[in-house]
Design a protein around this ligand. Structure first.
Ligand code: GRF
Length: 208
């Protein structure tokens, strides 16, 4: 049984997609062991409670340094013997101390086709606004393994989404979630749970 820990900050729709995929048997042999938020306002905490998943709030400002915050997160995840960590709208950057415990076992979902419109400063609606301002015709979402460099780890799955001429950042954000994010994040977790992902340098090899 794969034990998953999910880090959240906001609405938690990606968390919900993964809860649903586990409940429906789409992701076999997996359970979410803990959901950790860096704010007690995160609606994702409600979703976790509804699903009967243990929750924890760990707030950055309660720690003297980013490194100590990272260690507190890692310790909480380890206390639940978590095998895989999912960042699902987690609005904090993790430092190297975190990854020593979870190398190639941390995933993130980014609402663009990495490496476009990714890296520091590209989060939330800013990503979609930048894509529309540039005049792109296609965008999408990417699931990748997380490394200390923001949005730069090996890509696991990407899915494209057409941009409409009348899109706003809000309408594009919604369609990227519905058409891409909520599909590819559960799929990446399913592949991990089945032991089908192998990282070789920058490549993620998927065992079909
Ligand atoms: C998603 O757009 C995700 O790609 C990004 O943050 C957002 C989180 O949304 N990393 P939610 O909290 O899962 O609804």
């Amino acid at each position: 049984m794969l034990r998953v820990g999910v880090l959240v900050s906001g609405g938690g729709t990606n968390l919900q997609a993964i809860i649903n995929a586990i409940d429906n048997g789409v992701i076999p042999e997996a359970q979410i062991s803990v959901v950790i938020a860096n704010s007690d306002m995160a609606f994702a905490l409600e979703r976790a409670k509804q699903a009967g998943i243990p929750t924890k709030v760990i707030v950055r400002k309660n720690f003297p340094s980013p490194a100590e915050f990272d260690i507190a997160l890692a310790n909480e995840l380890r206390s639940h013997t978590v095998d895989l960590v999912l960042l699902a709208g987690f609005m904090a950057i993790l430092g190297p101390d975190f990854f020593t415990h979870f190398e190639n076992r941390v995933m993130n979902i980014h609402p663009a086709l990495i490496p476009a419109f990714s890296g520091p400063g590209y989060y939330g609606l800013k990503v979609h606004k930048a894509i529309l301002d540039y005049g792109c015709k296609v965008t999408g979402a990417s699931v990748h393994f997380v490394t200390p460099e923001v949005d730069a780890g090996p890509v696991i799955i990407q899915k494209s989404v057409q941009i409409h001429q009348d899109d706003t950042p809000e309408s594009l954000q919604k369609r990227v979630m519905e058409e891409a994010e909520w599909k590819i994040y559960p799929e990446a977790v399913r592949l991990f749970a089945l032991g089908k992902l192998q990282v070789v340098g920058r490549q993620v090899i998927i065992d079909k």
